[in-house]
Design a protein around this ligand. Sequence first.
Ligand code: KIV
Length: 254
Amino acid sequence: MNSKIEAILAKKGIAPVSELTAYDYPTAKLVDEAGIDMILVGDSLGMMMLGYPDTTHVTLEHMLHHTEAVARGATNAVVIADMPINTYNTPEQALQTARALMAKGADAVKLEGGAEKEAHIRAIVQAGIPVQGHIGLLPQKVKEEGGYRMHGKTDEEAAAIMRDMEAVVRAGAFSLVIECTRHSVAAAITKACPIITIGIGAGHGTCDGEVAVFHDLVGGFPWFVPGFAKPRADIASAISRAVKEYIHSVSMPQ
Ligand code: KIV
């Protein structure tokens, strides 16, 4: 296994793991130099970079293009490339997609789904490619589910998410994103889970680490901010201010 991933695994129960999305070279370089543990080239780039309403419009070509740019900018962080919708419908297709993303410089791939994706994850892991799973809310299923909602609210749903975690672990994934899941359920899953759990919208301190969308962190996408996001900057306002100052300076006499 890649030594960068071994270092992440060694943090289980000892130190929290930080993960952020990045979709381009300068952002990857900045977050890498700031010391982030893992960079996710998330298919959230569909909204953050490409102006789509959700992740279901993202193609493998998009992901290959952005993964290559991020990999050029990241030196120390583990670069994880998201597998877009309909590129891992069978274990064979999953392995082909994972290989294509790894060829662009990723250290690992991520795919959505628990029990129903066990064979797909296993096929990738058996080929020597590290996998991050993703359970709870699955953004690629947003159309089927009719929107984004908190998962694990009933005992049945909580038990199903626990079974999903067990399937992802059996398949050999090194890490697991738990998205928009009741905080007590995310905590219980983390306690029972031997691999690194990474929460988003699943409560602070409930998982082994957290992932955030870069634009949510820096206030770079003001048109939609998820309720659980904690912006620590306001780059949208800074950009707007700089552009207005520039327009003003251009209109000034020489
Ligand atoms: O695409 C993405 O940014 C993600 C995170 C929300 C985990 O999958």
